[in-house]
Design a protein around this ligand. Structure first.
Ligand SMILES: Cc1cc2nc3c(=O)[nH]c(=O)nc-3n(C[C@H](O)[C@H](O)[C@H](O)COP(=O)(O)OP(=O)(O)OC[C@H]3O[C@@H](n4cnc5c(N)ncnc54)[C@H](O)[C@@H]3O)c2cc1C
Length: 495
């Protein structure tokens, strides 16, 4: 078997298994840097959406076809080989996590890109390949008058990856996405392919939900869907320090509400001094729900307004005027649930080789949210970080996943920063992140794990009471510690 090139390695594997490569189960992967338009220097160095996680891997496998008996056997063989070589393995999808959560250092990274779906209208669920992207899911459901129950705010991510970070979105009134998953098929470190659900292998189901790939490789899933609907927006200015309770109460008092989010003014001279709540309810007429237009059409045009904010308070004022003043006045009009969900990340792309966009997220109870905003007013402006956006979401409690970030209901503050790609900027970002996490934890809240690994070790322990039990469960299910990533190496392995 040739070891000189990645393609040789993969074809070699295929040849050894007979017919493996010819079914294009493994294909040449498209490195993230290349997708982002960056020159790819070494195909064995993988990066993620942070563009700051360059990591050398020993092997990169891309899965493109639905698993059948022979590809399951082949995956088992990969796991055995990695175990024998004492190499870690991790699954990944779009690698939009930002701290090496989707990459196995000096190990085997499996990019899951097998996209298929089967609908069950009676159960209102669909079965799907773990690598299926939300853009594919929305397109298929939209054509049938259906819609995902919960997903993130963008459509580029993989469905099993979404379950593996237990992402939340802005559909209400839901908890994280794991709450809408009925069952998974997962390959464990010993090569067993098991079905896990609330009824069967529930410990595996809840550990893998928000388990960052550390329990095994999910091959397929059964997920809930809901009808697609025509929606119309309402806008309301809210006092920022009162946003948490008002947002939660409004959502609870409006049972037919389908989508909801908040925004804040981030201009430097009026930092977090205004907030707006945007909610969507079904229109009276639900006949002939139109299909979602090709994704991101509107946002691609809004991108320029968004990017102009970098270093310009005038542009930040302009955007806030557009969003909080003009937008509600002219009204963005009727839309559909799928149109709102069908938004690609590309609309945010900075196209600047010297800077990168980094997300942060903090989860605080509605009643303590005002105190968190007050802390943000102190911490962020003196941090040298360029805040481009804050979106606020409502998250129902999650009492299921071991690494739950919402033991009680939470307001999620999603912050997008533009950061210089330099050691100094990383240090500034780390200082600011630790101060924000301290504030969140003081208020009984926590932070989100798929982003930069800037928290101190004591902060992840304090913010995730389920961390130690999760680590013990992982060690029980995977005693040889086959499934590892940077999150494991940096934090969880040490508890
Ligand atoms: C622009 C942007 C917007 C975002 N918006 C939101 C949001 O609205 N809400 C929210 O909650 N999050 C949001 N996120 C975070 C996002 O949900 C996570 O980063 C998510 O992991 C991205 O999916 P991915 O396909 O890129 O996963 P990857 O980064 O590829 O993987 C993430 C994790 O899932 C694991 N994994 C992937 N596939 C499998 C599998 N088949 N089996 C087992 N484990 C697997 C990986 O090991 C890794 O630990 C956003 C991120 C970005 C960049």
């Amino acid at each position: 078997m040739s070891k000189t090139t990645r393609r040789g390695l993969l074809l070699g594997t295929g040849a050894a298994l007979g017919g493996w490569a010819t079914r294009a189960y493994y294909t040449d992967p498209v490195p993230v840097g290349e997708r982002l338009g960056m020159p790819q220097i070494d195909p064995m160095i993988l990066n993620d959406a942070s563009e700051l996680s360059a990591t050398r891997v020993a092997k990169h496998i891309t899965v493109t076809d639905r698993f059948d008996q022979s590809s399951i056997t082949a995956l088992r063989t990969e796991l055995k080989e990695a175990q024998a070589a004492r190499r870690p393995v991790i699954a990944s999808a779009a690698r939009h996590s930002m701290g090496g959560q989707s990459i196995a250092r000096a190990g085997t990274t499996c990019t899951m890109a097998h996209e298929w779906m089967e609908l069950d209208r009676t159960a209102m669920t669909y079965r799907t390949g773990a690598g299926t992207r939300w853009s594919t899911i929305i397109a298929r459901l939209d054509a049938e008058g259906l819609s995902p129950a919960v997903m993130q705010s963008n459509n580029d991510f993989g469905v099993a990856a979404t379950y593996s970070v237990n992402a939340h979105g802005w559909p209400v009134p839901f908890g994280p996405m794991g709450a809408t998953v009925r069952s998974i098929q997962i390959m464990l470190a010993d090569g067993q392919l098991v079905t896990a659900s609330r009824r069967d292998n529930a410990d595996i189901f809840f550990a893998a939900m928000g388990g960052y790939g550390l329990i095994g490789i999910i091959t397929e899933m059964e997920v809930a869907m809901v009808p697609n609907t025509r929606l119309e927006p309402s806008y309301r200015m809210v006092a920022p320090l009162n946003f948490g309770p008002e947002f939660a109460q409004t959502i609870k008092a409006t049972p037919d509400m389908q989508m909801a989010y908040g925004r804040m003014d981030i201009s430097k001279d009026r930092f977090l001094e205004e907030a707006m709540m945007i909610t969507y309810r079904p229109t009276a007429d639900q006949s002939d729900v139109p299909q979602a237009p090709s994704s991101g059409w509107l946002s691609r045009r809004a991108r320029d307004v968004f990017r102009a904010q970098l270093g310009s308070d005038i542009a930040k004022h302009g955007r806030w005027w557009f969003e909080a003043g003009l937008g509600p006045w002219i009204g963005s009009g009727e839309t559909t649930r799928n149109t709102l969900l069908n938004e690609p990340v590309i609309t945010l792309d900075d196209r600047d080789p010297d800077r990168t966009d980094i997300l942060h997220e903090y989860f605080i109870s509605p009643e303590n949210f005002g105190a968190f905003i007050a802390a943000c007013r102190q911490i962020i402006p003196s941090s040298y970080q360029e805040l481009l956006n804050i979106t606020l979401r409502y998250v129902q409690p999650d009492a299921e996943s071991w690494l739950s970030y919402a033991q009680t209901e939470r307001i999620a503050a999603v912050m997008l920063f533009s950061q210089e790609k330099s050691v100094r900027a990383e240090e500034d970002a780390k200082r600011m992140t630790q101060a924000l996490i301290d504030a969140a934890i003081r208020l009984g809240g926590t932070y989100y794990l798929p982003y930069r690994l800037h928290a101190r070790p004591d902060q992840i322990v304090a913010g995730y009471p389920g961390l130690r039990p999760f680590a013990a469960k992982k060690r029980a299910i995977d005693p040889g510690l086959l499934f590892r990533n940077a999150l494991w190496d940096q934090y969880i392995s040490k508890v």
